[in-house]
Write a protein that binds this ligand. Sequence first.
Ligand SMILES: Cc1cc2nc3c(=O)[nH]c(=O)nc-3n(C[C@H](O)[C@H](O)[C@H](O)COP(=O)(O)OP(=O)(O)OC[C@H]3O[C@@H](n4cnc5c(N)ncnc54)[C@H](O)[C@@H]3O)c2cc1C
Length: 367
Amino acid sequence: MSGIEASYRQGRKVVVIGGGIAGSLAAKLLQFDADVTLIDPKECFEITWASLRSMVEPSFAERTLVNHKNYFKNGRVVTSPAVNITESDVVTADGAVVGYDYLVIATGHNDLFPKTRQEKLSQYQTEYEKIKSSESVLIVGGGPSGVELAAEIAVDFPEKKVSLVHKGPRLLEFVGEKAAHKAFDWLASKKVEVILNQSVDLNSASDGNKTYRTSGGETIHADCHFLCVGKPLSSQWLTGTVLKDSLDGKGRVMVDEHLRVKDRKNVFAIGDITNIPEMKQGYTAEMHANVAVKNIKVMMSGGKKKKMSTYKPGSEMAIVSLGRKDSLAQFPFATVIGCLPGLIKSKDLFVGKTRKTRGLDPKRVRD
Ligand SMILES: Cc1cc2nc3c(=O)[nH]c(=O)nc-3n(C[C@H](O)[C@H](O)[C@H](O)COP(=O)(O)OP(=O)(O)OC[C@H]3O[C@@H](n4cnc5c(N)ncnc54)[C@H](O)[C@@H]3O)c2cc1C
């Protein structure tokens, strides 16, 4: 056993920062083996990729928003964003100082509000009312959120005019061109107007005037709009901490093959925040959580480094849901669209499966 591993042998205090897809699973899996504290600005965990369905069917969110205490029963939750890390403690915005022997950073994206499950449910209800009462909807952004929202509205409200404006040359820039073209054609078949290579001046439609101007000089009439641009990584806060030199040029946390932060023995990073060269996906974030948890358990029990698990970057697989039946799937060997790939994701959006991994009843509406 190396000196560093041995020196952490006695400590069992684990702090997980971020209770999203990766952090919630890590906290859940460690809760009976360590003294775990989960730090998250929100009281609940959300199955992020189900949020677009919740905008057209607010009751869908009942299963996708889970209070941390319902899957993480044997630990402490601190509801406040982390703002600093020292060699021994994590400090939160509301002044809590939480000591650690092992640290797991899983702060993914900057998604700090709303704080409570009830507030988030009300937000979905408001968004639904906005869609329902509009004859035309403008969606700004053609990444996965914009495309999935356009598809949800086009399928559930076929009578509404949906326009999607994207500043890039093609939709879904995180997948291949073939997938992007298939998504474009699918949206066109549902009469969604897609405008590429342009941005929208959102201020142009102020004061009750519902006409938006684009950078290309076009005008779009819409009763309401939704901004679907990707949320930035939540790593800016790390620049004032002992980990400031562990970020790469894109603000991602650099990790080794054991998912330990570069040059750190007791600090792990998992999920979208890492610099692992792979497509940023929830299922890989969960694989990271499994690897980091195994390695923390090995270290806590004084195991040798060679017993630690190694993470290998995941395959370039992605599924974009297109309403209630169809999906667009990019597999390593083919790209397919329609109801067959739809069977994998679109009905339940992996909600039951994700709940199960957290020890929850897949179907129960209120935990
Ligand atoms: C529309 C859409 C569809 C998708 N579909 C799929 C799919 O089908 N399958 C799939 O595998 N992936 C999918 N993804 C990707 C998936 O959502 C992400 O890869 C996943 O959410 C990353 O998990 P994470 O835990 O790293 O980060 P997040 O889920 O972003 O969680 C980060 C957590 O950290 C918290 N946090 C942030 N800052 C701080 C701080 N300073 N202190 C404490 N806590 C903090 C946040 O509040 C949040 O709770 C989709 C994404 C989108 C946008």
